[in-house]
Design a protein around this ligand. Sequence first.
Ligand code: PLP
Length: 463
Amino acid sequence: MIDEIRNDFTKLQDELLKGPIYPNVTPEEIRCHLASRYDFTKAMALDEVVADVERMLRTWQVQVTHPRYFGLFNPSVTLASVIADTLVAMYNPQLASWQTSPAGNEIERHTLGWLAAKFGLPPDTLATFTNGGSEANLSAVIVALTRAFPDYGEDGLRCLAAAPAIYLTEESHHSFSKIAHMTGLGRKALRKVATTFHLTMDIADLEKRVTEDRKNGFVPLMVIGTGGTTTAGAIDPLPELGRFCQDAGLWFHVDAAWGGAAVISPTLRHHLSGIETADSITCDAHKWFSVPMGSGMFFCRHPDSVAEAFRAQASYMPGKATGPAFDPYTTSVQWSRRFIGLKLFLSLAQQGESGHAAMIEHQTRMANVLREALIASGWRIVNTTPLPLICFTRDGLDIAQFLASLRERQIAWMSEGQIKGAPVVRACITSFRTTEADIQWVVGEMHRLVKYNAVHQLTPAEC
Ligand SMILES: Cc1ncc(COP(=O)(O)O)c(C=O)c1O
């Protein structure tokens, strides 16, 4: 089986290099295709359907595993992680309870324990795999509320004498807006702390906001520090935030959904210094650990609060885990639980920690090549980060039009971001397969495009 997957995987990677990165399709085209072929009234040959679906996937989506996809933290994936996902689908283990899947649960515990130690968290840290960073961030807010307000679980937010507040910045991930909505805190509970010139949280403003809130009858609950912001890759001052939270009695959550993987790199890990003081951490394996989607992680140094937040009992569930084991359905948001962690486990086991670190460092090196090439080509870099994410612009450029031309010509996939209110081009090296030659070619093509557009004043469709 492994040989077959390996062959298909290699073939797919070669095919991707030949095909488009960016799809050119309308909803009507896809709907018409589906409606004309799939009314599900009669059985179809599996080979035929699979071939058709593969064709759709090859042509009708942005190819996030392409070496010239400089995109939104969606990685190229390792062969081992693809094999892992196939095994999981075939065996379909249920990890909700320990008794149902002793092997799966212990493999996850082992993998998470290894990473918790890398983060510098204590040995009794409770960690679970999640669907992604949003679920991990949601878990953090629920557990922080549970710890701060013992009556919250039974009586709800309405029992609180004062409204809780959460401190983050404009650069923090948008999942916190939904989380504030979903938990009943309300979106207004989010306090947008000012940022420094480098887009990191301004501690002086944080202190001021917390003091003001206390004076005005609110209850400061938690601070969200980000270890690699989504738009600009900025890393908040984690040691200072940790100290502040400790002194002020606030929960310190570090959202390292993307940047957290840097903790395994000897050359990058110091940028995450201070993460060890966090009460909880979010880190996505499906970002910089290069495994397929649906693989986030939540770490918390307060196992008792996690168990209280997610306690559950149901007579139809298999017997309770005993001894050092626990049932994930009683320590996490999810009930039925896929064996999420196998893709990270298998990938780490196959590549080793140093192999994974080398992939991360390669992407960082490629970003440095891109930075230098962009500067040499007249672009202005507008963000500061040691991580492989570059935001850039140039005078007089219509960013939206430029990006549309870039995609239509299949040069590369980049996104638009906003830095201090101004639109910028955002390029993140998310593939361990991106080479220096890819980067030099892309920057050369970008230069030609800028010059061509300037001379001809073209719309993207005309380019
Ligand atoms: C900093 C940060 N936190 C959280 C998330 C949400 O993660 P997910 O998409 O896995 O839910 C993202 C997604 O890009 C992110 O960049």
